[in-house]
Design a protein around this ligand. Sequence first.
Ligand code: SAM
Length: 288
Amino acid sequence: MRIPTADDFHALEEWGLVENPHAAIDDYSAERERRRDENDRHRCARREQVENASERFVADSQSYYRELDRPIDRTKWTYLKRRKAWFQPPVGWERFAAPGTSRVLDLGCGDGDQTERVAEFVAGRWQAAGYDGFPLEIVGVDLSDSRVENARRHAQSPHGKITLRFESGDAVSGLDYADDFFDYTLAMGLFEVLDDADAEAVLDELARLTAHGVYVRDVLDDYPGLSPRPDLADRLADRGFDPVDRHECFEEPFVTEGSRDPLAVWPMNVHQVLFAAARDPPARADRY
Ligand SMILES: C[S@@+](CC[C@H](N)C(=O)[O-])C[C@H]1O[C@@H](n2cnc3c(N)ncnc32)[C@H](O)[C@@H]1O
C-alpha cells in the first residue's frame, strides 16, 4: 500500500459515512453479492489475495501475529481507520455512550485505529446530546506487541472523560481480568483469523469477560488461513448472548466494475456485522 494522498482521503469522504455511518448496510444486497464476480478488480484482487497469502500466516496465525514486527506510518494508519469504517459500521455502539457503561474492551485491537473510532463515536454521541459524559475506559488488547506499540503511538482519546489504554494479551489463553469486568466487548476481524479450537476458547473468554453485549465483525468469504463462521451468532447465543442485530456488508461500496477505494486495499469481500446482548446480565452490585 502506498502512502495515501489528500485526493485519496477526499475519495473516501465521498462514500458518505459522515452523513450515514451505516451506509454499508444499505448498500449490500444478496443480488449484488451474486453480481460481485462481474467486477474485474474484485476477481483479480481476490485471486491475488489467495495467491499471496503468507505461508506463515496460513500455517499458524497465532505465531504469525506474535512475531509480527510492523510499525505503521501515521498517514496510512489514518487512511485505514477511515477505510475500515465502511465495513465496521457502529451497530449497537450507542449503548457504549449510555450512562452505566464504564469499560469497553476491543479484543484483537490491532493498530488501535478502530479503538479510536469507538471513542470518537461515543464522544460524538455525547456532544450531539449536549452531554458532558462520564468516565469511560476503552481497553485495546492484542497478541502482537508491534501492533500494541502502533496503537499506543497513534490512537488518541477525543474526550477528557475517555481513557484509551492498550496492552498485549492472548485471548486464547485468557486475559487477567475478573468475570464481567467489561460492559461491552468488540471483536473486529478476530474470529476470522482463528482456527476452530482457538475460536471456541476466545468465545468462552469473551463471554466470561463481558457483562452486557458483544459486537463482532468477521469475513464471510473463504481465504487461505481465514475461517468464515456464518454461525457465529448461534455460538454467541449458546453462551448467553442473543443477537439483536445482524447484517452483511461489502468491504467497500458496491460498483459493478473497478473499485471506489483509490488504494484498492482489499477485494470486495462480504462481512457479517453483529451485536448480541447478554440474556441475563449480572447485577451492577455484583460487579463493582
Ligand atoms: C484482522 S486483524 C484486525 C485488527 C483490528 N481489530 C482491526 O479492526 O483493524 C486481527 C487481529 O487479531 C489479533 N489476534 C489474533 N489472535 C489473537 C489472540 N489470540 N489474542 C489477541 N489478539 C489476537 C491479531 O494480532 C490482529 O491484530
